[in-house]
Each structure stands twice: as structure tokens, then as C-alpha cells.
Design a protein around this ligand. Structure first.
Ligand code: PGA
Length: 260
């Protein structure tokens, strides 16, 4: 990994009146971020406005979801080409909130991954176990199932251009993050699976992000841990000053863990 990757997932937050000043402040606070690539994922309704604000800046744009078709009779959905047209480079797929609230299955998520690839978007495939699965010792099988199914039939050359986010469901929005040791253990496991699906050399180039209650005061420890290449940040991405501090710390921590 050359640089840490920090993605702000605003979820269903951000009217235009809120999104514009937030994106502007983040852009202005991260003019030349060192050692970190920063991506903002506002809600669909704010993508065009945020795209305009971050164009020609160091900040990249992403979406929180997409449909797997390019167009058609899918009321309420948004397609990959629509996102690409707005300047999105990234798209989150398989977030646990969508798996839980919208019933997204691994098979559906796999269709979306393929569609993102076909339209030149970088997919961020989210995987993670629930608290119950962890208690039952099912963390690794859960992650393995989600990862293999999500990437089924995706060619190696496309897998290596993607991003994986490990987001333990019990850590999302709870204020209880996985410890760096807990996260590093699962990241190492994911790296091993990616090595099987691609090759040992190429698997190392695929960013594996940690997500779940990441804040400015725990990001350094997490990103400095082995196999953690960045962070997917929900709640803490809604405060400009806090998110700017978090991104800068991730850049420094990534550099330290790489020995730069
Ligand atoms: P959180 O959310 O940082 O608010 O825990 C992370 C996520 O769901 O991506």
C-alpha cells in the first residue's frame, strides 16, 4: 500500500444546506493531504453539489450504493453510469445497513460489484460479522462467505482494483471499535483469502479498510496495525474538523507502519 485510504460515509445525513459547507471545509482543510487519499460518500441527492465543490481538489467522490443495471424500470434506484457521470470514482457495496435494512444478499451484492467494475467505478465491498456471529466463533466463516460470494466471477484484474472494508457490525455506530489486534487478525485473514483469489503479490496491493466507530483518537492505532490500509468512517465523517484531523493522522500512521 502506497497511501492510506480514508472514506467518509455520510449515510443518510446531509441536506444540501449541510453538505455544501461540510464538503467545502473538508476540501479546504485537506488541500495537500500527505500519505492519505480521502473520499467522501454523501447521499445521492448531494453528489452533484459535492462533486462541484471537490473537483480539481485532492478529495475524491464516492456513492453509498448503486443498482446493477445501467438503466431500466427500477423505481428509486441509481445506476453506475449515473454515478460515474457525476464524478464518482468509488461506490460502497454490501454495507451491513443495506444487508440488514434492505435485505441485500451476497448474490445481489455480487451483481453490483460486477456492474461497478463494468462502469469503471472502484467498488468498496463491505464485509463483517455480527456480535452474535463473533460470540459463536463464526467470524472467519462469515467473512469468508461474504468475500467469496461478493467477488464470485469477478476477474482477478478487477479484484485487484477494488477495495475491501472490514466492518464488524457490532462496532458500527456503537462507539465500541474493534481493537487494533482484533481488526488486524481479521484483516490478515482477508488478505489470505485475497491471496487465494488473486495471488500473494497482488493481494498486497488491495486496500483493506477497517470501519466501525473510527474516530480521530483511535485511527492512528488502527491504521498503524498490520494489514490495515485505511478507514471507512461513518459518524466521525460528519464533523469537518474531526474528520480532517482523522485523515491527517491516518496519513501519518500509514507512513509509520510502512516505515517511510
Ligand atoms: P461508524 O460507521 O463510523 O459511525 O461506526 C461506520 C460505517 O458504517 O461505515
Amino acid at each position: 500500500m502506497q497511501t492510506a485510504l480514508v472514506i467518509g460515509n455520510w449515510k443518510m445525513n446531509g441536506t444540501l444546506a449541510e453538505a455544501r459547507p461540510l464538503a467545502t471545509a473538508i476540501r479546504d482543510g485537506l488541500k495537500r493531504p500527505r500519505g492519505v487519499e480521502v473520499v467522501l460518500c454523501p447521499p445521492f441527492t448531494a453528489l452533484a453539489a459535492v462533486s462541484e465543490i471537490v473537483k480539481d481538489s485532492a478529495i475524491r467522490l464516492g456513492a453509498q450504493n448503486c443498482h446493477f443495471e445501467a438503466s431500466g424500470a427500477h423505481t428509486g434506484e441509481v445506476s453506475p453510469p449515473m454515478l460515474a457521470e457525476l464524478g464518482c470514482r468509488y461506490v460502497l457495496l454490501g454495507h451491513s445497513e443495506r444487508r440488514r435494512e434492505c435485505g441485500e444478499t451476497d448474490e445481489l451484492i455480487n451483481h453490483k460489484v460486477k456492474a461497478a467494475v463494468a462502469h469503471g467505478l472502484t467498488f468498496v465491498l463491505c464485509v463483517g460479522e455480527t456480535g452474535e456471529e463473533r460470540r459463536q466463533g463464526l467470524t472467519f466463516p462469515t467473512i469468508e462467505g461474504q468475500l467469496r460470494a461478493g467477488l464470485a466471477g469477478v476477474p482477478v484484474e478487477s479484484i485487484v482494483k477494488g477495495v475491501i472494508a472490514y466492518e464488524p457490525v457490532w462496532a458500527i455506530g456503537t462507539g465500541v471499535n474493534a481493537t487494533s489486534a482484533q481488526a488486524a487478525e481479521v484483516h490478515g485473514y482477508i488478505r489470505g483469502l485475497l491471496s487465494e483469489l488473486t495471488s500473494k503479490e497482488t493481494a498486497h496491493a488491495i486496500p483493506i479498510l477497517y470501519g466501525g466507530s473510527v474516530k480521530a483518537d483511535n485511527v492512528e492505532e488502527l491504521v498503524a496495525a498490520p494489514e490495515i490500509d485505511g478507514a471507512l468512517v461513518g459518524g466521525a465523517s460528519l464533523n469537518a474538523a474531526g474528520f480532517i484531523a482523522l485523515a491527517k493522522k491516518a496519513g501519518r500512521a500509514g507512513a509509520t507502519s510502512r516505515g517511510d
